[in-house]
Design a protein. Structure first.
Length: 300
């Protein structure tokens, strides 16, 4: 007597929600890898980042997406296009809210109400920061306001509470399908992308107010040898005054960014890194389609 082989399941799982609700922390927890940068500031994630989780009989392709906002300029439009394109090809949607989120009628909620053919798992995150009554009230609110959600789950992405149950649920919704990517792939992004993101994360953590939002990072050289990776990166800002802030007195601030980023890169790439960082002014990069295309914000 022979047993039938377990069918292989594969699909795309889109992680969406407002800024700062913990989407990137959730993505990293589900992947068991640190693919998305995480800071306490809103709108840290700007791209759609795929995380590919493989098992013997499944392949989960997670999409971490920018926080949902009302666009104010071309960069925001590009960021929101990543969100909505991820909904179009999603087999499962993880709509992340948190215990603090104020409720208002967002266009994305209205859009989710109309997605009757795609399973939606609504995740109330950061429950480690609330009491049981608050959690229950929040769960009940979303059961009423998004009735087509397949489940409303309280989780803590930071503490990895509920993420195991979530993985099992998602797998149950995936269609039977061969893998979309080779089984040894972890993400669709090249190493250059992660090098730039690590620098950008340190900028968000070191500088205040508008400065981090006015910065973009370009990798001009990424040369990998047997025992070292040599990287030359340019931090682009919008104004000369911001260039001075990034560099700091006698270059101290820029040196700190470089040191923190290099240490992060060496852990990520498992290799010694030599990192050079420069700062340039590009006044219109957030509104110039050509500049945004150069930084990878065009939809392909």
């Amino acid at each position: 007597m022979t047993t039938e082989p377990t069918p292989h399941r594969a699909g795309f799982v889109s992680i969406i929600g407002k800024p700062n609700v913990g989407k990137s922390t959730l993505m990293n927890a589900l992947m068991g890898e640190r693919l998305s940068i995480v800071t306490s500031k809103a709108q840290t994630t700007r791209h759609r980042i795929l995380g590919i989780l493989n098992g013997d009989d499944f392949q989960l392709v997670y999409s971490d997406t920018p926080g949902i906002i009302q666009p104010k300029y071309e960069l925001h439009n590009a960021m929101m296009s990543f969100v909505y394109s991820s909904l179009e090809d999603a087999d499962v949607v993880l709509f992340v809210t948190d215990i603090y989120e104020k409720h208002d009628e967002e266009p994305v909620v209205e859009r989710l109400r109309k997605m009757v053919d795609t399973p939606i798992l609504l995740l109330v995150n950061k429950i480690d920061q609330a009491d049981q009554a608050e959690v229950e009230a929040k769960v009940e609110y979303w059961r009423e306001h998004l009735p087509n959600a397949a489940r409303v789950l309280p989780i803590s992405a930071l503490e990895k509470f509920g993420t195991g149950e979530l993985l099992d649920l998602v797998l149950g919704y995936l269609p039977v399908h061969p893998p979309y990517y080779p089984k040894d792939e972890l993400t669709d992004k090249p190493e250059r992308f992660f090098a730039a993101e690590m620098i950008r994360e340190k900028i968000f953590k070191l500088y205040k107010k508008e400065v981090p939002y006015s910065c973009e990072v370009g990798i001009e050289e990424f040369k990998e040898d047997e025992d070292i990776i040599r990287i030359r990166a340019v931090i682009y800002v919008e104004r000369a005054s911001q260039k001075g802030i990034i560099i700091g007195q006698q270059g101290a601030a820029l040196k700190k960014v470089g040191t923190w980023a290099r240490e992060e890169m060496e852990k990520f790439f498992q290799k010694k890194v030599f990192l050079e960082t420069y700062v340039k002014v590009d006044e219109n990069w957030r509104t110039d389609p050509k500049a945004l295309n150069r930084f990878g914000y065009s939809q392909r």
